[in-house]
Design a protein around this ligand. Structure first.
Ligand code: FES
Ligand code: FE2
Length: 438
C-alpha cells in the first residue's frame, strides 16, 4: 500500500468508516488524539480534537444531539466546523468566547471504506491503498502545556491533610495510609493517642478525622461552626477514592454549572443551566462566595404534604481553604433548613485521592432535629451525587489542575474555579516564603 507521509503532514487512516456512527470514536493521527463522529445518522464524518477546551474533558465521552457534539461536563455544543454554538451557563443570549471553538485536524475524508485524517495542510487527497489498511495507533490525550497542581506538588508537604476517619482507627489498632506518594503507619494506643511512622511534623485529630502535616504547615484551618451547633446532626459518607488528582476534584465541587449535565439523574435535571457570575471574597488561605439559585428540594417534608413547592430558593455559601478543604453551606430560605457539606481531600498518589464527606443537617429554627431516617436518606442521596462526580473524574484523565489560565477557556460561571487556581498558586508562594524563613 502507499504509506502516508510521516511527520504531521499527509493522510492517516484512523478507523473503518462503517464503525463510525453518532457516538464519538477516539482515534489517533500523527501522535495526536482526535474524536471522529457523524453529527447526523448516516451523515458525513466530522473530526474534533480529543479534549473540550473548557475544562479539558475528553470529547469521546460526549454525545450528539441536533447535529451538534455536546460535551458531557457543562453541555457546551459544537457544530461540524468546530464552532462552539452554545455555552449553557451563559444563558440563551450568551455568546461563546472565540477561544471556545475547537481546532480539529486540517481535513477529514471518508474514502476506500476508511476515515482519513490530515492533521496539517496537504495538497493531495488520501492515497489509494495497495493492500490491507491498518488504522493509526490511538494517541494519548494531550496534557496541559503549562504547569499543573498535582497530588505530589512539593508545597503539599507544608499542610495538614486528612488521612483517616478518627473512628477508623480504634484504640490498640494500626493502619497504613498513603499521602503525597508515601506510606505512613498510624497506631492508636489504649489511651487514644495516635502516633505515626515515619515521623512527621505533626499529627492531630480535628473535624472527626486524623490529620498529618509532613512538614511545618503553611495552611489556614477551615472552620466549621455547624459541627458545634446543636441544631445540626452530622452524618459521614463512607470515604470514597477518586482515580485522579485532588485539584480537578475540588474544581468540580466548587463548580455551579455542571449540575444539569453531570447530576442529571439525581439533583440536576431541574437546575437552571444559566449560572450568574458569583462574587468571590478572598480570605486568608482561600476564599468564600455566596450564590442564590432556584432548585428542587425533594427532601423537604413539607413538599410531600403540599405545604411548600418543590422549587425553592437556595443560598449556597462556598468556603475554600487550600490545599483541598471545602465547605458548602446550603440554606433553603423559605424553610430555614440548612445543609452543610464538608469535602476534605487526601492527595494519596498522582492518580488517587481519598474523599471524606460529612453532611450536617438542620431542619431550621424551631423545628425538631432531623430524624435518623431523614439523615440516612440525605446521606444516601449525597453518596449518589458523589458517585456521579467521581465517575466524571474517571473520564477526565488530567495529571492535575492546570495553573496556566491559557490551558483552558473560562467563562463568567467559572469564577470560583479561577479563585481555586489563584488560591493554589498563593499557597505555593506561602509555602516558599515559609521555607525561606526557616
Ligand atoms: S463543557 Fe466541556 S469541559 Fe466544560
Ligand atoms: Fe458535582
Amino acid at each position: 500500500m502507499d504509506m502516508p507521509e510521516r511527520g504531521t503532514t499527509g493522510w492517516y487512516p484512523v478507523v473503518r468508516a462503517a464503525e463510525v456512527g453518532t457516538t464519538p470514536v477516539p482515534v489517533g493521527a500523527a501522535g495526536s488524539a482526535y474524536v471522529v463522529v457523524r453529527l447526523r445518522p448516516n451523515g458525513e464524518v466530522t473530526a474534533f480534537p480529543a479534549r473540550c477546551p473548557h475544562r479539558l474533558v475528553p470529547l469521546a465521552a460526549g454525545h450528539v444531539e441536533d447535529g451538534r457534539l455536546i460535551c458531557p461536563a457543562h453541555g457546551w455544543r459544537f457544530d461540524g466546523e468546530g464552532r462552539c454554538t452554545t455555552v449553557p451557563s451563559l444563558g440563551d443570549d450568551g455568546c461563546p468566547p472565540p477561544r471556545a471553538d475547537l481546532r480539529g485536524p486540517w481535513a477529514v475524508e471518508e474514502r476506500y471504506g476508511w476515515v482519513w485524517l490530515a492533521p496539517e495542510p496537504t495538497t493531495s487527497g488520501p492515497p489509494r491503498p495497495a493492500g490491507d489498511l491498518r488504522p493509526e495507533p490511538g494517541a494519548e490525550l494531550p496534557r496541559p502545556a503549562g504547569p499543573v497542581f498535582d497530588n505530589l506538588a512539593p508545597a503539599l508537604a507544608n499542610a495538614w491533610h486528612p488521612v483517616e476517619l478518627s473512628r477508623e482507627l480504634r484504640p490498640g489498632g494500626w493502619s497504613s495510609v498513603r499521602l503525597l506518594g508515601c506510606t505512613w503507619n498510624l497506631a492508636r494506643d489504649a489511651a487514644g493517642t495516635v502516633t505515626v511512622e515515619p515521623a512527621v511534623f505533626g499529627v492531630r485529630e480535628r473535624l472527626g478525622l486524623i490529620w498529618l502535616a509532613p512538614a511545618e504547615p503553611a495552611d489556614v484551618p477551615l472552620e466549621v461552626p455547624e459541627l458545634f451547633d446543636r441544631r445540626f446532626v452530622a452524618g459521614w459518607l463512607p470515604p470514597v477514592r477518586s482515580p485522579g488528582p485532588a485539584g480537578p476534584l475540588a474544581d468540580t465541587f466548587l463548580d455551579a454549572s455542571h449540575g444539569p449535565f453531570v447530576h442529571a439523574t439525581t439533583i440536576g435535571a431541574a437546575d437552571r443551566a444559566e449560572v450568574a457570575p458569583a462574587e468571590v471574597v478572598r480570605e486568608p488561605g482561600g476564599f468564600s462566595s455566596v450564590q442564590e439559585q432556584w432548585v428542587d428540594n425533594p427532601v423537604d417534608p413539607e413538599v410531600t404534604t403540599g405545604g411548600r413547592p418543590l422549587r425553592q430558593r437556595r443560598r449556597t455559601t462556598y468556603t475554600f481553604r487550600a490545599p483541598f478543604r471545602l465547605c458548602l453551606r446550603q440554606e433553603f430560605l423559605d424553610s430555614g433548613a440548612a445543609t452543610t457539606l464538608l469535602y476534605l481531600l487526601q492527595p494519596e498518589d498522582l492518580d488517587s485521592t481519598r474523599i471524606y464527606t460529612c453532611l450536617l443537617v438542620s431542619a431550621g429554627p424551631g423545628q425538631p432535629l432531623p430524624t435518623p431516617r431523614s439523615l440516612a436518606e440525605q446521606v444516601a442521596l449525597q453518596r449518589r451525587i458523589l458517585e456521579e462526580d467521581v465517575r466524571s473524574q474517571e473520564t477526565l484523565a488530567v495529571p492535575g489542575l492546570p495553573l496556566d489560565l491559557r490551558d483552558e477557556v473560562h467563562v463568567p460561571a467559572d469564577r470560583l474555579g479561577l479563585a481555586l487556581r489563584e488560591a493554589l498558586c498563593d499557597f505555593m508562594v506561602a509555602e516558599r516564603r515559609q521555607q525561606r524563613a526557616a
